[in-house]
Ligand binder design. Structure first.
Ligand code: UT7
Length: 331
């Protein structure tokens, strides 16, 4: 029976940053409000010349180097994003060309902030079915391009970044469990209303800010906690594990308060629940691989430890994965 492992990891954060103080000059907010309500102090912003594919390419190069693999050994590229370079073609194909990965299929995948975990679920299915041997999975976002910097309820939250991994049947983090879910009846809680087939771009949609990301913060907060807690419980039940067996939880980095509440309800305390939102903000599909790579870089993972990934996002969507860390105990 084939199985999937993460064989290499990498991430990229653009150099420019937007601090809470910078936001104070744009909207009626304060560093204190943002820090206490979200845990975010700063977020990265892609340069004018950088698009989602550029971030993805850099993160992918780092993941391939970490896996010590040549780009041409990849046979499938999955790119999770809600902010593609353009609706057509897929951003994954642009990454494929830039990296010279000539014998691979390439496609984008949109599951909002759960996109990376949905991508891992998909990659695992390809590998176990024998339809792919080595998958390059990228979560890459330029959310600052769809953020309304006149709306204080949303503009303090989002940042840009990319995280990538190589998935194959041999690697440092073996996938033990993967579960995904969705509830489209609450699609309006997180959305970009215009720019698709329902409301194509028009002078009116632009004037009414319909191309920016809109969020019902309070309702999303409650759903995020509820769905991630349930996804985690489902994962523990399916594997016969107890919360005490999990050494690390790497959740989608939306808001430190959400992650604290999730940890409390599944019985895993901070710092085992990794909160990495302070310098990155919410990078949607990129947040889990960025946080996972940054946690690994601290050298805290030990061989044999179990790592739970958790995500929640637009759709609504949610997902949980459990990995066993088989890499070296410190870097
Ligand atoms: O990645 C997808 C998932 N996304 C999320 O998980 C986001 C989930 N939601 C959240 O993180 C939080 O709901 C927010 C951070 C968006 C908002 O925090 P909150 O504690 O839920 O605040 P609130 O929306 O209940 O607003 C409380 C007050 C309101 O003022 P009034 O009506 O009480 O006078 C808001 O207008 O805070 C006000 N407010 C702000 N004040 C200063 C909202 N945004 C700001 C702001 N600065 N940036």
């Amino acid at each position: 029976m084939r199985s999937s492992s993460i064989a290499g990891l990498g991430h990229y954060l653009p150099h420019e940053t937007i601090s809470n103080r910078d936001l104070e000059t744009l909207v009626d907010t304060s560093d204190q409000w943002i820090t206490t309500r979200t845990g975010i102090q700063s977020r990265h912003r892609a340069a004018v010349s950088e698009a989602t594919s550029d971030l993805a390419i850099e993160a992918s190069r780092r993941a391939l180097a970490d896996a010590e693999l040549e780009a041409e050994t990849i046979d499938l590229i999955l790119l999770a994003t809600a902010t593609p370079d353009a609706p057509v073609p897929s951003t994954a194909s642009l990454v494929q060309d830039a990296l010279g990965i000539y014998n691979a299929g390439a496609m984008d995948l949109n599951a909002g902030c759960s996109g990376f975990l949905y991508g891992l679920h998909t990659a695992d299915a390809f590998i176990r079915a024998g339809a792919a041997k080595r998958v390059l999975l990228v979560g890459s976002e330029t959310l600052t391009r769809v953020t309304d910097y006149t709306d204080r309820r949303t503009c303090v939250l989002f940042g840009d970044g990319a995280g990538a991994c190589v998935i194959s049947d041999e690697g440092q983090m073996k996938l033990l469990y993967s579960g995904i879910g969705s509830d489209g009846s609450q699609a309006d809680l997180i959305c970009i209303p215009a720019g698709g087939s329902r409301f194509p771009a028009s002078a009116e949609t632009i004037a009414s800010h319909q191309h920016y990301l809109q969020l019902d913060g309070g309702r999303v907060f409650k759903q995020a906690v509820r769905r991630m807690v349930q996804a985690a419980k489902d994962g523990l039940e399916a594997t016969g594990l107890d919360a005490s067996d999990i050494s690390w939880v790497i959740p989608h980095q939306a808001n430190a308060r959400i992650l604290t509440a999730v940890g409390e309800q599944i019985g895993i305390a901070i710092p085992k629940v990794v909160i990495d939102v302070a310098q990155t903000g919410n990078t949607s599909a990129a947040s889990v691989p960025i946080a996972l790579d940054r946690a690994r870089e601290t050298g805290q993972f030990e061989r044999g430890q179990l790592i739970m990934l958790l995500a929640f996002g637009a759709g609504l969507t949610w997902a949980c994965q459990i990995l066993r860390y088989d890499g070296p105990s410190s870097i």
